[in-house]
Design a protein around this ligand. Structure first.
Ligand code: MLT
Length: 404
């Protein structure tokens, strides 16, 4: 009889956003007259920027003509896109990154789940707590996390780094030494971020102990404050210890289009093995590249018009974030994030658990958010709201919450 990968059987429950989706659908079916406002999953709602749509149309026409048709994309992604990425996301910020260190893909979710494949199973991972569930779950599937304790909701072989109001949602260096450190800033779910000096401490630490940092910068476009780094490569020494994940989903509205990239610098080595070569091997073997038309759409994100349209789009979401933040603050809630990020992280009122508050909000205000405990034990008694809705819905949701 064949055997399954038993690591999958260790996973508790279903993926957080699937659980929420099911709960909300059940509520909606039982209450068809209620207008539910969804500020749960961080999915964008605004249409693609005009420059992106134009690039898509043009690329589709190219695909319709034998002389301009494109088949398989190059392994690492088209040069036109990788060059635009290097120029705009790195050189413009003084970061030393080359086009052959960029790997174009179909999403930061899959990259963040897949990247662990090139590391040994006996590596110890460290994660912020709360954390984007994909980092932990993908390591569970690989068999790197030990056993699950249902009471503490933690894995025996994972180093958890609590991020709470007490430490400003910035993790402290762990007591046990990790091999792989996952950091996400601006952070999902807390919406808080890290200064360049604070990140430099992590880079120095990783270089000292021989750990690799997997730095998820999916929310980079939302950074508003000067001292917040847009890339880990703004820190000295990051080329020898860090991989960076980037996404087109949240800045340019590509959640339904799918495009992202991962940076693996040539200087990042385990002994004399370069990780760039390993990831190239993995990419070449398991992936046939993001579609040509989508890569052209990605290129348009960096055009003059594209940049302007994206700034406007991000600005609209940040107007929502500001409204949520100030509205809830005014109503006496304890709220965080929402300044350099589209997520607002609130403390649940009256010591309600995160899931109690989820149910309460759904029933009393017909507003959907995400329970903080779904992101890890230190997320208990917190709750996440996203700024990705329409302005009208955001205003209505905040007014409803204020009214309960
Ligand atoms: C979230 O809501 O945390 C995000 O949508 C997750 C993701 O980007 O995959």
């Amino acid at each position: 009889m064949f055997k399954v990968n038993e690591n999958y059987l260790k996973l508790p429950g279903s993926y957080l956003f699937s659980t929420i989706g099911k709960k909300v659908n059940a509520y909606a079916a039982a209450n068809p007259d209620k207008k539910i406002i969804r500020l749960g999953i961080g999915d964008v709602t605004q249409p693609l920027p005009a420059a992106v749509v134009e690039a898509l149309h043009k690329a589709v026409d190219e695909m319709a003509d034998a002389s301009t048709f494109h088949g398989y994309a190059p392994d690492l992604g088209y040069e036109f896109l990788r060059n635009a990425i290097v120029e705009n996301d790195f050189r413009a910020r003084g970061c030393d990154i080359r086009a052959d260190e960029i790997f174009v893909s179909d999403g930061a979710k899959s990259d963040s789940a897949n990247i662990q494949e090139i590391f040994g199973l006996d590596n110890k991972i460290a994660v912020c707590d709360p954390v984007y569930p994909v980092y932990v779950d993908s390591n569970v599937m690989a068999g790197r996390t030990g056993s699950y304790d249902a009471v503490s909701e933690t894995w025996s072989e994972v180093i958890y780094m609590p991020c709470t109001a007490e430490n400003g949602f910035v993790p402290e260096l762990p007591e046990k030494t990790p091999d792989m450190i996952y950091l996400c800033f601006p952070n999902n779910p807390t919406g808080c971020t890290i200064t360049k000096d604070q990140l430099q401490v992590w880079v120095d630490y990783a270089n000292k102990v021989g750990a690799v940092i997997i730095f998820d910068a999916a929310y980079e476009a939302y950074i508003a404050q000067e001292d917040v780094p847009h890339s880990i490569y703004e820190c000295d020494g990051a080329r020898t210890c860090a991989i960076e994940l980037r996404s087109f989903s949240k800045n340019a509205g590509f959640t339904g289009l799918r495009l992202a990239y991962t940076v693996v610098p040539g200087d990042l080595k385990a002994g004399d093995v370069a990780l760039n070569g390993l990831w190239a091997r993995r990419h070449g073997t398991k992936y046939n590249g993001a579609p040509y038309i989508v890569q052209r759409a990605g290129e348009a994100v960096y055009s003059k018009e594209g940049k302007q349209q994206i700034r406007e789009m991000v600005g609209r979401y940040m107007k929502n974030a500001h409204y949520i933040l100030e509205g809830l603050k005014g109503a006496g809630y304890e709220v965080y994030g929402g300044v350099n990020s589209p997520y607002v992280w609130m403390k649940t009122p009256d010591k309600m658990t995160s899931w109690e508050f989820f149910d309460y909000l759904l029933e009393k205000a017909n507003v959907v958010g995400t329970p903080g405990s779904g992101f890890g034990p230190s997320g208990e008694h917190y709750f996440r709201l996203t700024a990705f809705g329409s302005y009208e819905n955001t205003v209505e949701a905040v007014e409803r919450i204020k009214g309960i």
